[in-house]
Design a protein around this ligand. Structure first.
Ligand SMILES: [Zn+2]
Length: 138
């Protein structure tokens, strides 16, 4: 599509933009791994980690929760680094069955101060909505 409009390939268009900058892990990224507070990977039971990239041309932060065991990941773009990370954590926490009790996992994240109370409530709402859908489909 882009090729037709501009005569440039996707790679050429990408080359005109500054590359995303991988931000160094901050204290929260490190704590998440050291404390093991993120739910384990639903595919391989691996320990996930978080990292964030910044896109200078758009001012977007892209946070990723990633499993090094099987490369599963979720990715969220936001204007704010912390917001991006918290949303990525929220998505990771409500994905395919992760723990016997996802609400317990979310509560642990909130107690650790790694997510805000607002984000905790949001995660709980999503978990309940997901479980309701699963129950209806069972
Ligand atoms: Zn995995």
């Amino acid at each position: 599509m882009a090729e037709e409009k501009t005569g440039l390939s996707v790679d050429q268009i990408a080359a005109t933009r500054p590359a995303p900058i991988s931000l160094k892990p901050d204290a929260t990224d490190i704590r998440l791994v050291l404390e093991g507070t993120l739910p384990r990977c639903p595919f391989c039971n691996g320990t996930p980690s978080t990292h964030t990239r910044f896109f200078p041309h758009s001012g977007i932060y892209q946070s990723i929760v990633h499993c090094a065991g099987c490369m599963a990941e979720v990715m969220v773009n936001q204007r704010d680094r912390e917001e991006a990370r918290q949303d990525a954590i929220a998505h990771w926490t409500v994905r395919a069955p992760v723990q016997p009790d996802d609400l317990t996992a979310a509560a642990q994240l909130q107690r650790s101060g790694l997510i805000t109370p607002e984000k905790y409530n949001h995660i709980c709402e999503n978990i309940r909505a997901r479980d309701a859908v699963r129950e209806a489909m069972a």
